[in-house]
Design a protein around this ligand. Sequence first.
Ligand SMILES: NC(=O)c1ccc[n+]([C@@H]2O[C@H](COP(=O)([O-])OP(=O)(O)OC[C@H]3O[C@@H](n4cnc5c(N)ncnc54)[C@H](OP(=O)(O)O)[C@@H]3O)[C@@H](O)[C@H]2O)c1
Length: 283
Amino acid sequence: MTTTPISSKLASGSANNPLFDLTGKTAIVTGTSRGLGQDFARALAKAGADIVLTSRNRASLSAFEAEIRALGRRTVALDLDVRYQHSIEAMVSAAESAFGHLDILVNNAGFNIRKPALEVTWEDWNVILDTNLRGSFFMAQAVARRMIKAKYGRIINIGSVTSVAGYAGLGPYGASRGGIRQLTMSLADDWGKHGITVNCLAPGWFRTEQNKALYEDPEWVQYLIERIPIKRPGEPHDLDGPIVFLASKSSRYITGQTILIDGGISTGGLRALGKAKVPESDV
Ligand SMILES: NC(=O)c1ccc[n+]([C@@H]2O[C@H](COP(=O)([O-])OP(=O)(O)OC[C@H]3O[C@@H](n4cnc5c(N)ncnc54)[C@H](OP(=O)(O)O)[C@@H]3O)[C@@H](O)[C@H]2O)c1
């Protein structure tokens, strides 16, 4: 099944629908050298936002930077390693100097090591939790300090289906994503009075660099599809609408929430039925 890219309809700053128009807003999207980070940045740019791009290797961003400019948006590419507080502070200061205001943060930078729990090392645990959980917290803190002065902000933490469900081989990763869901609720309570909403967008199974080895096994792909009510893995454009919605004024009364974009896999319904016959869906 193929889907129509919603982002193509969002071109020209969503000018036809002010509810989703991000013209004049600045969005930091962390981890935009590849994968979902680029999809989020592209969708926000098409809705009108200027974009701060980041990578541990800024040179790797040049082609994507040109793509964002070609959409008619301003952009800057900055170095960022979320494991280090000085790197976070330097990036956020440079972003503020470049654009004068920071309105949207997408905490996308993330890392995973897939291993049976008995093989996980102390170092594996630290790099996963330091990147995904501590990094997201201190990114949010640095950006919120600026947003509070402006009395406006949209913080979108990227979670995962592992924010709400357990999977073998994903112990530390799942702990980091469960933590992101909890962090989202706490920060929403902290900063709501300052006009800042904090939500978690939790993708299901999307094929990217991070998990491409899994998708090389057709049997596993079939197994996965059988467990997804919408009967296919996620495609990047499935995230366009949700990210723009959470970044826009249309989501102004939603905060502290985790929204799963997962084709329904987190319902667990099909897994619970085991081998029972399930009718074909026409979705
Ligand atoms: N793919 C999925 O199905 C899926 C599902 C749910 C959630 N997620 C989450 O969504 C996010 C993006 O996933 P993806 O599949 O696109 O991953 P990916 O292809 O591995 O990309 C990860 C991005 O994070 C950046 N990054 C990694 N470590 C970093 C660090 N220490 N400091 C700063 N940036 C760092 C990388 O940039 P550099 O290497 O250039 O620094 C890269 O741009 C991740 O947080 C992931 O856990 C993915």
